[in-house]
Design a protein around this ligand. Structure first.
Ligand code: BGC
Length: 759
C-alpha cells in the first residue's frame, strides 16, 4: 500500500497499470519531490550499480541483488541480457521497493547488439560518419528491444600505442576524427530527446568512456600509469570527450588510471573543474568497474576514505565496488562528506531515469513483442555488411585483387572457419552463430569455383599464450607440423591461396596488451612455406590493433586488413575480395614497421632535430633510429583501392585569412582507374610558427566521395578559425596569426600543399 501511494503521488506509473506513459511534472520539480521522500540509505542506493550475478542464470527471488532491489539499495544493473529477466527485476523494483524507483539496465553494447558491426577501430577506418551513426542507432534499437536502456559506449580514448589491446575499442590516434565519431555515436544511441528531455523507446542512454586518458597507459600495458602535460591533454586527448559532451551524452565513465597522480575517479579537477565547469556536462558520472576499490591499491586510503574522495571529486555512481553503500552513511555521520554531496549525485541519477522515461513508464523498454521484429533483422544485417566492407583496409595489391570467382581457391588459416572469432572482442551480446569466412566463401563461389580449406596452423606455438589470449573463445589446437603439412597439400591443388590469419578476437580489447605485434610464429612459418609453392597469396589479416606486417609487405602480393568485422564478416569479406565492392577503408592508426617504433603517430611534434620525412638514411645527432626509419610502414589515413585516384593541386579561395574569417581549399579528384569506388579525401594543416610547438600535421577535415571510373569531382573544404585554433601554454584556446600549411591528399603522407597566412 505504501509503495502504491508514493508511486502515485510522485507520478511513477503505479503497479499493474498497462497504460500509456504517465504525464509527469517537469524534471526538477519531479525529482525534488521524490527526493524529499527518500531516506539517506535510499539516496545512497541510487548511487549503486551492480552486475547481474546469479540472476542471469536463473536464481533471482532471494539473491542478494533481489534483496538490495527491494530495500531500494540498488539503482542500476549491468550485464543482464533478455527482456524476461529485466522485466522481472524491474517489477521487483517498482512494486516491491518502498518508493518504486525503477532500475536502469546497462550493458556493454559496443559495436552492435546481436547484429554485430565491426569493432570500433575498424568502424573508424570507414571514415563514414553517417554509417557509424546508423550503426549506433541500430544497436540501440536492438538493445532497447531486449530490455536495456544504457550502453557503456562510445569509448573515445585516443591511443598511439597499439600494444594496448583496447586500441580496438576506440577510433584510433586522431582527435579530429575521434571527435566526429564520438558525436555520431552519441546521436545514434540517444537520438533526439523530446521537448521534455526524454529519449524515445528505441534510443538508449550513452556513456562516454573512459574519462580520461586511459589510452595513454605507459608501455601499452592495460591499467598502467598515465602521465602527460595538460597542453597535450587539451590538444590531443581531450577533444573527443569534449565533443561527446557537446553532443549531449547523458553519462560519463571515469577511467581506471591516474591523471596527475590522482586516480581519475577521485580527480576533482578532471571530474568537476573540467567536466562540469568548463564543458558544462549535466549528466551523471559512473566509475569504471570496481574503480573506487582499486584506489586502495593506488594507495589513496581505505575503502571509506576512497569512497568519500570519489564522491567529493564528482563521482555519482559506483560501479561494482559497493563502496558507496558500505561507507557513505558513516562518512556522512563523521562529517567527511555532506548531505549536499549525496543529494547532488542522487539528483543526477534520478534525472537520468527521468530522461529515460522510466518514471513515466518503467516498463517502456520491456516490450516483449519487439524482439521478433527489431533484432538481427535483414535490414540491420545489410547495414552491418555494407559498413564492414567499408572498414577493410587494402594495404598492398600487386594486381592480384580482386580475385575472380573461378578455378580452385585454397582458404588457409586459423581464422578462416572459427565461429568463436567472428564478432570481435567486445560483443558480450553476440550469439556466436554468425557465418564464418569459409561459409561466406562457399556461398559466394557456389557453382563457380572450387573452395578448398585447411586450418593450417595454431594461433601460436605456445598453447598457454593461445589459451590465455582467448577467454575460452579459442580455435582447436593441433600438431604444428601436421597442420602445416595439410595446408601445403591443400594449397598445392589451388590456383590461388587466401590466408585468414592474425590474432584471436580476445587478443585485443581489455587486458589484452601485447609486447610484439608481429604475426605469430607458426602463422608466419606457414606463410613462408606456402610462398615456396610459387602461387599467388592474399593475406587477410584479422586483428584488433595495428599489426607489424613488414615481412608480409615485402613478400606477399596482396594484404587486406579485415580487423574483426562482426556478424556479417563472411559476406562482407567476399564482397571486397571478389570485387563487388572496391576497398575504401583508411587507417586511423599508423601501422609500425616494428614494435620498437611505438609510439609512432602522424601528428607528432617536429623536434629540434628532425629528419626529413621519407629519408632512407640514418643521420647522426638527428632524431632518428639506427636500425629503422622514422616512418610507419603504413601511415595514418592510408588505404588502397582497386582503382586509382589523381589529385589536382590545391586551390585556395584566398592566400590570406582574417583571424575571424573563412576561406575554402579545393582539389579535384579523378578516378583514373577502371573500378567505381569510394575515396576519403583528407585535409591537414600545420601551424608553422606558434607560441608552443605544434604538430607537423593535424587532420582538420575529410570527405568520403564516390567516383565512377573516369569521373572527377571537386572537393571543397571550408577553413574556419575553429580549425586553426589550439590550446596554448595557459590552456586558452587561441588562433595565432602567421603561416599555416594547408595540405590535402589520400592519406597523411601523400599530400599536396599550399600556404595560408592568417592576419
Ligand atoms: C571496462 C569498461 C566496461 C565495464 C563494464 C570495465 O572493465 O573497462 O569499459 O564498460 O567494465 O563492463
Amino acid at each position: 500500500m505504501m509503495a502504491m501511494t508514493l508511486c502515485i503521488s510522485t507520478g511513477i506509473a503505479a503497479k499493474n497499470k498497462k497504460k500509456a506513459e504517465q504525464p509527469l511534472k517537469p524534471m526538477n520539480e519531479f525529482v525534488s519531490e521524490l527526493m524529499s521522500k527518500m531516506t539517506v540509505q535510499e539516496k545512497i542506493g541510487q548511487l549503486n550499480l551492480l552486475p547481474s550475478g546469479d540472476i542471469q542464470t536463473g536464481i533471482s527471488e532471494n539473491s542478494p541483488i533481489s534483496e538490495s532491489i527491494r530495500q531500494g539499495r540498488l539503482s542500476a544493473i549491468l550485464n543482464l541480457k533478455g527482456v524476461d529477466h529485466i522485466l522481472k527485476l524491474q517489477k521487483m523494483a517498482v512494486e516491491e521497493s518502498r518508493l518504486g524507483i525503477p532500475l536502469i539496465f546497462g550493458m556493454d553494447v559496443i559495436h552492435g547488439y546481436e547484429t554485430i558491426f565491426p569493432i570500433p577501430l575498424a568502424l573508424s577506418c570507414s571514415w563514414d560518419i553517417p554509417a557509424i551513426e546508423q550503426s549506433a542507432r541500430i544497436a540501440a534499437k536492438e538493445a532497447t528491444a531486449d530490455g536495456l536502456s544504457w550502453t557503456y559506449s562510445p569509448m573515445v580514448d585516443i591511443c598511439v600505442d597499439p600494444r594496448w589491446g583496447r586500441v580496438a575499442e576506440g577510433a584510433g590516434e586522431d582527435p579530429f576524427l575521434g571527435s566526429r565519431i564520438a558525436e555520431a555515436m552519441v546521436r545514434g544511441y540517444q537520438g533526439t530527446p523530446d521537448a521534455n528531455s526524454q529519449l524515445s523507446k528505441v534510443n538508449m542512454l550513452a556513456c562516454l568512456k573512459h574519462y580520461a586518458l586511459y589510452g595513454a597507459s605507459e608501455a601499452g600495458r592495460d591499467y598502467n600509469t598515465v602521465d602527460m602535460s595538460r597542453v597535450r591533454m587539451y590538444n590531443q586527448y581531450f577533444p573527443p570527450y569534449k565533443a561527446a559532451i557537446e553532443a549531449g551524452v547523458g553519462s560519463v565513465m571515469s577511467s581506471f588510471n591516474t591523471v596527475d597522480y590522482i586516480p581519475a575517479t577521485a580527480n576533482k579537477w578532471l571530474l568537476t573543474d573540467v567536466l562540469r565547469h568548463q564543458w558544462k556536462f549535466d549528466g551523471f558520472l559512473v566509475t569504471d568497474y570496481g574503480a573506487i576499490n582499486e584506489m586502495m591499491n593506488h594507495g589513496l586510503g581505505n575503502q571509506q576514505q576512497v569512497a568519500a574522495l570519489a564522491l567529493k571529486a564528482g563521482t555519482d555512481m559506483d560501479m561494482c565496488s559497493e563502496a558507496f553503500t558500505a561507507t557513505l552513511e558513516k562518512s556522512l555521520q563523521e562529517g567527511k562528506i555532506s548531505m549536499d554531496d549525496i543529494d547532488q549525485a542522487c539528483r543526477r541519477v534520478l534525472e537520468a531515469k527521468y530522461k529515460l522515461g522510466l518514471f513515466a513508464d518503467p516498463y517502456r523498454y520491456c516490450d516483449k513483442k519487439r524482439r521478433a521484429t527489431d533484432i538481427y533483422t535483414p535490414e540491420h544485417r545489410l547495414a552491418a555488411r555494407n559498413l564492414a566492407a567499408e572498414t577493410f583496409v587494402l594495404l598492398k595489391n600487386d594486381g592480384l585483387l580482386p580475385l575472380k570467382k573461378q578455378g580452385t581457391i585454397a582458404l588457409i588459416g586459423p581464422l578462416a572457419d572459427s565461429k568463436n572469432n567472428i564478432p570481435g572482442s567486445w560483443a558480450p551480446t553476440a550469439t556466436y552463430q554468425y557465418p564464418t569466412l569459409r561459409e561466406g566463401m562457399e556461398r559466394a563461389l557456389k557453382g563457380k569455383a572450387t573452395l578448398l580449406y585447411a586450418q593450417g596452423s595454431n594461433i601460436c606455438r605456445d598453447a598457454v599464450l593461445q589459451a590465455d589470449g582467448s577467454f575460452s573463445r579459442t580455435i582447436p589446437r593441433g600438431d604444428d607440423d601436421q597442420l602445416k603439412q595439410q595446408a601445403i597439400e591443400t594449397a598445392r591443388k589451388a590456383d590461388v591461396i587466401v590466408c585468414a590469419m592474425g590474432e584471436l578476437q580476445e587478443m585485443s580489447g581489455e587486458c589484452a596488451s601485447r609486447s610484439n605485434l608481429e604475426l605469430f610464429d607458426v602463422q608466419h612459418e606457414l606463410l613462408e612455406e606456402l610462398l615456396k609453392l610459387g602461387k599467388p597469396i592474399v593475406l587477410l589479416n584479422f586483428a584488433g590493433r595495428p599489426t607489424v606486417l613488414i615481412w608480409e609487405q615485402q613478400h606477399l602480393p596482396a594484404i587486406l586488413n579485415v580487423w574483426f568485422a562482426g556478424s556479417e564478416t563472411g559476406d562482407a569479406i567476399c564482397d571486397v575480395l571478389f570485387g563487388d565492392k572496391s576497398p575504401s577503408g583508411k587507417l586511423t592508426t599508423s601501422m609500425p614497421q616494428n614494435t620498437g617504433q611505438i609510439p609512432v603517430y602522424y601528428n607528432h611534434l617536429n623536434t629540434g632535430r628532425p629528419v626529413e620525412e621519407g629519408t632512407q638514411k640514418f643521420f647522426k645527432y638527428q632524431s632518428n633510429y639506427l636500425d629503422v626509419r622514422n616512418e610507419p610502414l603504413y601511415p595514418f589515413g592510408y588505404g588502397l583501392s582497386y582503382t586509382s585516384f589523381e589529385y589536382s593541386d590545391i586551390t585556395l579561395s584566398s592566400h590570406q585569412m582574417n583571424a575571424d574569417g573563412t576561406i575554402t581549399a579545393s582539389v579535384t579528384v579523378k578516378n583514373t582507374g577502371s573500378y567505381d569506388a569510394d575515396e576519403v579525401v583528407q585535409l591537414y594543416i600545420r601551424d608553422v610558427v606558434a607560441s608552443i610547438s605544434r604538430p607537423v600535421k593535424e587532420l582538420k577535415g575529410f570527405q568520403r566521395i564516390h567516383l565512377n571510373a573516369g569521373e572527377s569531382q571537386t572537393v571543397t573544404f571550408t577553413i574556419t578559425p575553429d580549425l586553426l585554433k589550439f590550446y596554448d601554454y595557459n590552456l586558452n584556446e587561441v588562433i595565432e596569426p602567421g603561416d599555416f600549411d594547408i595540405m590535402i591528399g589520400p592519406n597523411s603522407r601523400d599530400v599536396k600543399k599550399k600556404t595560408l597566412t592568417v592576419l
